[in-house]
Ligand binder design. Sequence first.
Ligand code: ATP
Ligand code: LTN
Length: 331
Amino acid sequence: MARILSGIKPTGNLTLGNYIGALKHFKDFQDSGEVYIFIADLHALTLPIDPEFLRNNIRDLAAFYLASGLDPKKATIFTQSSVPEHAELNAILQNYLYMGELSRMTQFKEKSKNMKDSAIGLGLFAYPVLMAADIVLYDADIVPVGEDQIQHVEITRDVVNRINKRYGKDTLVLPNYKINKVGARIMSLSDPTVKMSKSDPKGDIFLRDDMKTVRKKIMSAVTDLGSEVKYDKENKPGISNLLTIYASIKEVSIEEAEAHFVGYRYGDFKREVADAVVAELELFQQRYQQIIDSKEYLPVLREGAARAKLIASKTLKRVQNAVGLLDIDND
Ligand code: ATP
Ligand code: LTN
């Protein structure tokens, strides 16, 4: 049975981009594979963050996971920091990833570009090391993510190949990323040439926005010259982004979405996109609120940590043995 693993970092309010690119699809794997979904709370510390804000984001993300339809009986849901094996494997893997390749990572370059060297934490630089540890700890075969995370899965593959070559081919499992055909990169509504991102709130739709705000944001999304509703990323990035949002929510192809909107004016098109998003988010928010109020995420996270630890501790032992650390219980 395939092992599927993914995570999101609790750095702020989740956006429609996170939902469409990642969150919405996690549940699709839970009937056919063994699913591990975690909250990347240690990764959230790689840029300065207020402790209370972080704690609330973690609660929120746990509730969002459950509201998205992940079933804790089928999927293991947990926080990264509740399974110390992540940090322990990180300490080993950091020796097999190199300064040059880490400094070329797009995410690192983007996040650090306006920072002075004296303010860039080592954790931000070494982000991919911990992420590689997250993935290989569960022998994950498939890692569903949005487009921006492909590079991180690729560097994980590099480190797996390096380690397996040196210590034997069965030391670590080689993971593959999985991105959605539609919606792997949702763009900002105010500037459709940049990614919708939770740490850059301009032009984002947040999963906790009230429905009036969601409608308003979609109705005032930047569109393009011309009047035809057509998918053309180069010349019509705004319209293409809204078409992508519609197609992902309705679970249809871009071509089907285009066919549906033939002859529409921009205003009517946007209204229908807003209807589709509102219909999806309204239900989602009701479930989220109920989970936050009942705190039902807590036993889920506790049980998830216990289940995750069972797998993680075995992999860690295997790697410790492979690299030559002495097993003091079984020497
Ligand atoms: P930050 O702004 O803090 O870097 P983010 O919004 O980019 O955060 P992440 O926590 O890095 O979000 O990503 C969570 C998941 O959502 C990842 O799988 C990522 O690829 C996906 N994702 C993030 N933004 C988008 C987007 N605009 N379109 C599609 N998928 C996205
Ligand atoms: N970097 C990811 C979060 C993340 C992750 C992972 C995703 C941390 N570890 C392991 C998949 C697998 C992000 O969402 N930005």
